[in-house]
Design a protein around this ligand. Structure first.
Ligand code: AKG
Length: 275
């Protein structure tokens, strides 16, 4: 099936506001996606790094998609592939994913800050969520580098005297099968969630030009805190056809420094990062 691309209106919305909601995009496959999600946790002892999920701290598995052949195949799905090629180009890079049982609130933040290269995150929440029960909230327009609004927001966020759940924003209320996608720069948060809020992400970015490869390598260094020696699993690579490989090759060509960083992280940290 050919890719399902975003429309010009959807692209304009994403450029302007830094996010997009796609209600029901994966509604027909959400039951098998959720079953794969739970299989992964069951295989890993139920929670973070082999421990049961105790509802006190976020449990996190990285890279998540990579743990199940059915989830790896989401990268080939014409709806997800079309969304990603529309936003980050035909030769985009898959930049890993995290699977989570979130606990409670997530404060306002951007996922790093990428001034020159577009990074996007697809978020799939596996339970119905509303504004006050942990749905993703975004601040529209907060992704724009150099924009006066983004700069003021960055500077003033901590001085507004407002609790996080009172900051003006757009709550992306969600049902299983809905998709949210946002620019990593976009400020986002969630409030009022349960002790076992199920969610996983797919991170991707535009292909880096040769002269900026060090920036890509620095991003890959960030995987060390999750104690992974390679950014992609054996399952992800074994089940990849040529079309998927195109989205893996630039990271694979720039990950040789990761094992040493991961070795150092294992020595320093009591457990892999929870996010
Ligand atoms: O759902 C949440 O609690 C926040 C998600 C988030 O911050 C992220 O995926 O970057």
């Amino acid at each position: 099936m050919p890719d399902i691309k975003l429309t010009a209106q959807q692209l304009a919305f994403f450029e302007t506001f830094g996010y997009l909601s796609l209600p029901g995009l994966l509604a027909d496959s959400i039951d098998s996606i959720t079953a794969a999600f739970e299989e992964i946790w069951a295989r890993q002892g139920g929670g973070h790094h082999g421990k049961p999920h105790d509802g006190k701290a976020r449990s996190c598995v990285v890279p998540f998609l990579d743990q199940h052949e059915r989830l790896c195949a989401l990268l080939d799905d014409p709806r997800i592939h079309g969304l990603l090629t529309s936003l980050v180009g035909d030769d985009f890079n898959y930049m890993g994913s995290d699977g989570n049982y979130y606990v409670g609130d997530t404060g306002w933040h951007s996922d790093g800050w990428h001034p020159r290269h577009r990074h996007v995150k697809i978020a799939l929440y596996l339970d119905p969520l509303t504004r006050d029960t942990g749905c993703l909230r975004v601040i529209p327009g907060s992704h724009v580098e150099g924009d006066k609004y983004a700069t003021a927001l960055q500077k003033n966020m901590g001085q507004l005297g407002l609790p996080g759940n009172q900051i003006p924003c757009m709550p992306l209320e969600t049902k299983p099968g809905d998709i949210a996608v946002f620019n990593h720069n976009t400020k986002h948060a969630a409030f009022g969630g349960s002790q076992r809020r199920r969610m996983f992400t797919i991170n991707c970015c535009e292909r880096y030009p040769e002269q900026d490869l060090q920036v890509l390598r620095d991003y890959i260094s960030g995987f060390a805190r999750f104690w992974v020696d390679t950014p992609y699993s054996e399952t992800m690579l074994r089940t990849a056809g040529p079309a998927r490989m195109r989205h893996l090759e630039q990271v694979l060509a720039n990950d040789d420094h990761l094992p040493a960083l991961t070795k150092a992280a294992r020595e320093k940290m009591a457990e892999p990062s929870r996010g």
